[in-house]
Design a protein around this ligand. Sequence first.
Ligand code: AMP
Ligand code: MG
Length: 336
Amino acid sequence: MQPATDGVATHALTTHAMATIGGETMGTTWSVKVVVSKHADLHALHAGIQGRLDQVVQQMSTWRSDSDIARYNQSMAGSWIRIPAEFFSVLACALGIAADTDGAFDPTIGPLVGLWGFGADARPQAPADAVDLVDVQAGIGWRRIELDSESHSVRQPGGMHLDLSAIAKGFGVDHVVAYLRESGIASALVEVGGELYGYGHKPDGSAWRVLVEAAPDTDDAGGEPRVLVLDGNAVATSGDRWHHYDVPGDDGNGRRYSHTIDPHSGQPVACALSTVTVVASDAMHADAWATALTVLGMDAGMQIAQRNGLAVRFLGIDADGPCERMSDAFRAHLHA
Ligand code: AMP
Ligand code: MG
């Protein structure tokens, strides 16, 4: 997903203009478009944004051995670990979505992600032994995580490895948006690794607009392009376009392994299935739901979306070629 290029207008008001700044975080990139006074200190703004994202990494990255999440993952069975407020609220949100999806989304998925060769100790290969899979699967489970909201503590039942990769990028977007609002920025489009939040208006007075992918797993713009209006809301996309690996099978036909794993089967979600786009009032929920709905698949996912009023679009391939399904709430966000 990318900001609509026709949105990068040069109709600057006399006092304000649009500026774009960016950097790296969470193994991906970030970019922020802001509408600021021509005298604004963009270096200070850049440092402030990077600082917020570094804070998310320091708390929630399983790629760092000194992060708060790594400290939790290494802690002794039965201990209560006090964690920072941001980490606590992301974990609470993740557990809520785990409950809403009957565990299709599961923040304790870490060991399964590792077993399939994704995550911090990446080694692209399928598990060598089916026994490993059963053992690892038995050790995960969001229901075993207990929170104490008074002390912002989380209990380690023993061997539990949290993985917030499916939700932390979205939270990073929200965290940056909060910083920009606190800094008096009246309009911005914030992106971390493809997850976006837009608020306010561009110098020409129009709202932020973004393009979403037209056709699954292809650069061919066969489908109708979709333009979303972001005006105080977020959009996230989950799919396997960039995150998968192929392993040649004995029969010569390869199998593609996705980095999104179904906790119930212990298996990666079949690739080509779909790209899911979710619009929500914050990027943390949009990001988590996009992953959850990828696990649930188009039929079960659309049912949950309609029931909960979620704004969701599935893009997949069926026997007749590319197919697209949108919930009613998603249609409401489309640019006419
Ligand atoms: P995303 O790109 O937001 O869909 O997040 C994908 C990442 O989330 C993976 O690389 C895993 O670390 C993690 N993950 C995979 N499957 C699940 C799942 N069922 N529930 C929660 N997190 C998951
Ligand atoms: Mg996600």
